[in-house]
Design a protein around this ligand. Sequence first.
Ligand SMILES: [Fe+2]
Length: 516
Amino acid sequence: MRFLFTLLPLLGLLASAQAQSIFHPEIMQMARATGSEFPFGVASGDPEPKNVLLWTKVLPPSLTDTVEVNWVVATDTTLKDVVGGGKLTTNSASAFTVQIEQQGLEPSTTYFYCFFTATDSSAIGRTRTASQNGEDLRFAVASCANYQTGYFNAYGHMAKRNDINAILFLGDYIYEYGTREDLVRLHIPATEILTLEDYRSRYAQYRLDADLMEAHRLHPFITIWDDHEFANNTYVDGADNHQDDEDDWEKRKGHARQAFYEWIPVRRQAESSKLYRSLNYGSMAELFMIDGRVEGRSIPVEDFNDVLRYDTARTMLGATQRMWLKQGLSNSKAHWRVLVNDVMFAPMDLGKMAGARRYNMDAWDGYEGDRSRILDIIENDSMRNLVVVTGDIHTAWGIDVTRNPMDKTSYNRRKGNGVLGAEFVTSSISSPNLDEMRGKLTAKLAVPYIKARKRNPHLYFLNAKDHGYMLLELTEKEAKCTWVFMKSILKPSLKIRPLHSLAFPHNGRGLEKRNP
Ligand SMILES: [Fe+2]
């Protein structure tokens, strides 16, 4: 008995130490200052025709408690016409994450939902189930939101839309970097994130941003990660921005992955750590969400001239994911096959933009083996209906997907011979683009170099100076992309610049200009 008495206070201390390690003190303060037990709002994700994931995170008065949370789903904004709901518990082990799959819904329907504890309720979220027939679709497509380099105006603009099915997010949802005084907004913690508490706190800081919170509240997200959810230029066994004295890489990767899944509603097979998956939007589209980073990516090659670039033993996807993707693409009966992808898929001579390398070895250009295996599938199929959406490069591009744009016998832009699909690349939400990163002079020299037909004959559009997102519209006739650029990211504003559009006709012969 005596022994127990002395042990009890110690156990209490251990429990509170564990609970306190959820977030850094500054983040905890910011979250508490909202006065809500749901300071991070609500979110939904990965819709299917009859079900959707719903998400929130509770911040209970005591972090050692297990918390009971109820939720309700309705067809109206006042939550009177209730069609679903239930009860669950959460605790500090998951940083009080609440994620449920609401089943039994109707296809192509808008729903409203809310979470409750005994003493508080969340904001009311809106979501939409996937379609079951062949109706037209619209997605907002975005990537690369560095909190420090600008305001999330593009998220704010997407939130205001009432005409989209979902937001496809292509990675770099957070950045791992420490802070610098000269930036627009400062990161918390101020140091590079390494521990689970660090990664959780960084997501928390981003999710307290009003524009991002509103985008999650009003639209389902379909999300993949890129490198910065881990560290710059991540591959399976390391990252450019991971040094040996920064702890064990496997451990860091585990923290990063755990925090991602605590914050982003993603459909996973039986709690597996795998990100890759597919979703159907009726007969109109099948989306293939891939993991180009930690599932199978081999260590990058340094230079464009390195023959290892063509070594088929090196992979972007890894054998298991590649097999899944190849089978999925070949078996798909959808009108459009959409590759939801992180780094640039088409070959691209970037000149000075890629520095001495000319080509981006972190993109598919560095992994020719896996790229050609995917192109084999598309080429063997008579249907030209591949749409690749891409982020990562902080600039906007419209590209014919073709095996080798420089080979005149296999690709002809004018006639449309050799076109296998279209790639639409979104600019960043706020991460530095070409002139912000490399200076105005480099940007001025690089853009005409890249746009020259003799170097990149398959390139139709390039914007290397603005920030924003894309609107992807899928219809029987065509896949149309409209780039939406914000006027500024240096102050909060929802003003946009003139729109620009391109379309890939179904089963067509390359990109065509369209009025936005
Ligand atoms: Fe990025």
